[in-house]
Design a protein around this ligand. Sequence first.
Ligand code: TRP
Length: 443
Amino acid sequence: MTTDQRRVLTGITTSGTPHLGNYAGAIRPAIHSSTEPNVDAFFFLADFHALIKCADPARVAQSRMEIAATWIAAGLDTERVTFYRQSDVPEIPELCWMLTCVTAKGLMNRAHAYKASVDANLAKAVDPDDGVTMGLFSYPVLMAADILMFNAHRVPVGRDQIQHLEMTRDIAQRFNHLYGGGQDLFVLPEVQIDEDVATLPGLDGRKMSKSYNNTIPLFEGGAKALKSAVAQIVTDSRLPGEPKDAESSHLYTLYRAFASHQQAAEFRQSLADGLGWGDAKHALCACIEAQIGPMRDTYADLMAHPARIEDILQAGAAKARQTAVPFMNQLREAVGLRQMASAAKSTTAKSAKSGQARLVSFRQDDGQFRQRLFAADGTELLLTEAFSDPKLLNQLSRQLAQADLSDVQADAQGQISLQAQGQCWARCPADLLAQVRQALSQI
Ligand code: TRP
């Protein structure tokens, strides 16, 4: 990631079947923003969050599949972005615990979702915490872990999530203060509310939402289900031939979300000219169908071949963990869960098993950062110089991993110095150069 690249991250809780509102309000704009230059997008299935809301294993399993297939069918370039399941990245719940330990209980007491449950209980005159699980209570901490694990700069979400982002910033600040030693371990993320992204009305005109039972299906049930849902959209009693005001009709709001400017203007005029609601619904169906119809085949194909979805998600998790694993090593060091001198052995055993060269970051007692490079068989090859800026250290490591290094010369003591940006990254005996080059090429 270059410095002017922006990391954008968002997740969808896997407890339901995606509807038209999820598509137009979240998935479509997210995919769109992932194609902008300089955007490094992380999109994930919040399936640990699903367990908070839904204790039906079949529902959770089905929803993960439907939501993953929807993202892919809607055109997400899974090579370009990092697309994964929360539950495939064990560093996220690990970070969640670290954050839990610095989060004030009082902060969580103020969370809207928790307060709403308490208020509902008070209204029913039952125990205020009736039916409230620790999952619900600490929901915002898990969400903070999702975001901070990847140091996202921007988090596009709906308005109902603004408070969670504020809490994330609070928690990140507290952690930086306690453990950063003057360096910010976490980026403070910005919430992104897109004003021009459509919040779709549902069949009854209220916001389209599963909890209002007013949704229009996206892919499930095919064109037929779309048609029969559109037929149920509530309209006024104006007859064909009577002029209709587009702005006050949620049918028009839906139309506009899928039409070009020009189409929308024409539709608006037709309503003013007396287009009947039946014909208007017909036009709405055709307009939605033009956009999502072609995606539906891809969706059905993926749903019929779950192994394909699984492969894509596994590859995404591996990609996400390229960031999460080294960062978690750094965080473990920061909180004092450090390797002891003898731990080099256990590191050796681990990487020998995984058969991959590794670069492990850690922080010294004086606050400086270093990395150790291990070969695929677990042998330690080198220890870098100490850097006060962990980002710079990472940058140099990445540069060296991509550098040619074939003309590095040994000094009189038989040592070589590996340099990037005019700085010495590490020194090591010249006879290790071949191994170092090989290890670097694998990380
Ligand atoms: N809480 C979000 C929602 O219900 C889903 C979510 C979980 C999320 N973790 C996240 C969104 C991290 C953005 C970033 O909509």
